[in-house]
Design a protein around this ligand. Structure first.
Ligand SMILES: O=C(CO)[C@H](O)[C@H](O)COP(=O)(O)O
Length: 237
């Protein structure tokens, strides 16, 4: 049983690596790169570190403190997000995505900066293993919502009216605090059938800083599948 589990997790890691490698091949010398957060994005950051070592002149904007530390350990030059007008390519992970390329993000708690970086980005590449592709968004993975701590009870009540059951994410017996000093609610909303309408309702709640539904923000999703990768492209509008 243990051996089977180990093999399954090795296969997942392989898929993450393959997706990361494929995404990094889009990067060109001289570009500004957004660096995602999470274990899949970490594989990409390692590869970007190799590009820098091989002489690529890149500038990077990290989506979390953890990512910044990892990038610095690979000597990837970090710049201030306010020093540029756009990011050429961002490579980031996802917790779930569906056929319409709607994502749930925020499992690592970096969703707000991830959404800002994605919004500044011309080509957003999402990388994932094959377990992240789902038919029904929100059934397996609860929707992360970043909230101002002062408003958390109010927001939970408003989410209850929308049919959601919330828990405050914990770390070490206390509320998990994001890089920006906020809390995360993990919200069970059942199957998210209409992400756009839900997204609008969530954006209207005072105290919600950011929710983990990413709609129309992914240009390419590269999914590792076994020994190969599959790409999903956003239709041109
Ligand atoms: O949204 C995220 C962090 O806020 C991550 O991209 C997401 O949680 C995926 O992480 P992993 O690649 O470790 O599965």
């Amino acid at each position: 049983m243990k051996l089977v589990k180990k093999k399954a997790s090795e296969a997942i890691e392989k898929e993450k690596q393959l997706a990361a490698l494929a995404a990094v091949s889009y990067i060109q010398n001289g570009q500004v790169i957004g660096l995602g957060s999470g274990s899949t994005a970490n594989y990409a950051i390692r590869e970007i570190g190799k590009l820098v070592q091989n002489g690529f002149q890149l500038k990077a904007i990290p989506t979390s403190k953890k990512t910044q530390l990892l990038a610095e350990s690979f000597h990837i030059p970090i710049i201030d997000s306010n020093s540029i007008d756009h990011i050429d390519i961002t490579i980031d992970g996802a917790d779930e995505f569906n056929d319409d390329m709607v994502l749930i993000k925020g499992g690592g708690g970096a969703l707000f900066r991830e959404k800002i970086v994605a919004s500044m980005t011309r080509k957003q590449i999402i990388i994932a293993d094959s377990s992240k592709l789902v038919r029904h968004l929100g059934l397996e993975f609860k929707l992360p919502i970043e909230v101002i701590p002062f408003a958390s009870n109010y927001v939970m009540n408003r989410l209850h009216i929308l049919g959601g059951t919330s828990i405050i994410r914990q770390k070490g017996g206390k509320a998990f605090v994001t890089d920006l000093g906020n809390w995360i609610l993990d919200v069970d909303l059942g199957h998210i059938r209409d992400p756009l309408s839900l997204s609008r309702s969530l954006d209207e709640i005072v105290g919600v800083v950011c929710h983990g539904l990413f709609i129309d923000l992914a240009d390419i999703i590269i999914m590792g599948k076994g020994e190969t990768t599959e790409a999903f492209l956003r239709p041109k509008s």
